[in-house]
Design a protein around this ligand. Structure first.
Ligand code: KG4
Ligand code: ZN
Length: 355
């Protein structure tokens, strides 16, 4: 008992634990999903719960930060109880070995709920705590899904707030190869959906309509298609779609050919993303490519990437593409095993960079 106490105090008891039975509690609250997960070892999900706030934010056409943090606060403890019920956890301080929480980037108030809750639990249960970069979490959705994926590899992160290609040299060692100059890909999907009155979030809706449309119906520009720089830009494409919608309305076209507009817009987005992935492959000579973030659930993008002839492509299932706590737990576990340690001085960092 005394030995157990001493190990606990110095955060060393985990060193004695078999890595495959090591249990990480993952916490994700960076935006509009409250996610909690119990991860066993590097990739076995023992239990997970996720409360989405999409329906509450939908009438406003986007996430309302203040509302998001309040909902995280309301949901956190009931979700934790549900997680423990599902995972059969009776004595958290004995059964959990690490708490990993999203530190940033994200919404300040939303991050604050996750980080402060994690700190309280870590202190109360005398457990080590680790802050995880949300983007590293997205990368780890791939590691979680496939035991075959090993660095070095390229990772395209495409979400509502990010469009970036990282070179993963080793776990914990990331190089930013290129990013968007303006909007993120998911943001462009959401804005086009708004123009077409499809509701929020628009990505899945545009994806579904695009599957039934003609991608050659409208000739939208492929952003930075002729540039040899690894960079993205979606604001010009978004404006081109807006002008096309205005022109069609002026012609008196009703209803609008939603399927064709979505398919043509998606064709340009996918051409841009796959084109820059191929450029990054060429420039680095690395053919192993992973993709993650909400837009990685897009069927057109998944098809486009899988058709890259020289590529060894990794794509997590859609539930691991969008925000979840399993990916945060997986990144935390890996960081802990690499020797990363944190103190209770951890604080949220809304603008946190990965590289
Ligand atoms: O990774 P995520 O859940 O949250 C962020 O970290 O941003 O990504 C959400 C974004 C939203 O913009 C949403 O419209 C987009 O991912 N998204 C999609 C699809 N599913 C989600 N975009 C295109 N096609 C989809 N199937
Ligand atoms: Zn995300």
């Amino acid at each position: 008992m005394l030995l157990r106490f001493v190990f606990g105090v110095f955060g060393m008891r985990q060193l004695t634990k078999d890595p495959d039975s090591f249990c990480t509690l993952g916490i994700e609250t960076s935006c509009d999903e409250t996610g909690l997960c119990l991860l066993r070892g590097p990739r076995e999900i023992r239990a997970e719960v996720l409360a989405s706030q999409i329906e509450e934010h939908a009438p406003y056409g986007g996430v309302i930060p203040e509302m998001a943090s309040r909902r995280h606060q309301e949901m956190f403890l009931p979700l934790l109880e549900e997680l423990f019920r599902r995972g059969g956890v009776e004595n958290p301080s004995e059964e959990i070995d690490l708490i990993a929480v999203t530190q940033g980037p994200g919404l300040m108030g939303a991050l604050l709920v996750g980080v402060m809750s994690a700190k309280g639990l870590a202190q109360g249960w005398n457990l080590p705590l680790l802050g995880v970069n949300h983007l590293e979490g997205h990368i780890f959705a791939n590691v979680l899904h496939s035991s075959r994926l090993e660095p070095p590899f390229l990772n395209l992160v495409v979400s509502g707030g990010h469009t970036e290609i990282f070179l993963v040299r080793a776990y914990g060692s990331y190089e930013l190869l290129g990013r968007t100059r303006d909007d993120a890909a998911g943001e462009a999907y959401d804005k086009v959906a708004k123009m077409l009155d499809l509701g929020y979030p628009g990505g899945p809706k545009v994806d579904a309509l695009a599957a039934r449309g003609n991608p050659g119906a409208f000739d939208f520009p492929v952003p930075l298609g002729n540039s040899s720089e690894i960079a993205f830009s979606f604001s010009g494409l978004k404006t081109a779609v807006l002008w096309k919608i205005e022109a069609l309305k002026k012609k008196g076209l009703s209803p609008l050919p939603l399927e064709d507009i979505c398919a043509s817009f998606q064709k340009a987005v996918v051409a841009s993303l796959t084109g820059k992935v191929r450029l990054a492959m060429k420039q680095t000579g690395i053919l192993r490519v992973a993709v993650s973030g909400g837009v990685a659930a897009n069927r057109g993008l998944r098809r486009g990437l899988s058709e890259i002839p020289e590529g060894d492509i990794f794509m997590p299932p859609p539930a691991l593409c969008t925000d979840n706590a399993a990916m945060i737990a997986a990144a935390g576990y890996n960081g802990h095993m690499r020797g990363r340690r944190e103190t209770l001085g951890l604080s949220p960092n809304p603008g946190m960079e990965l590289a």
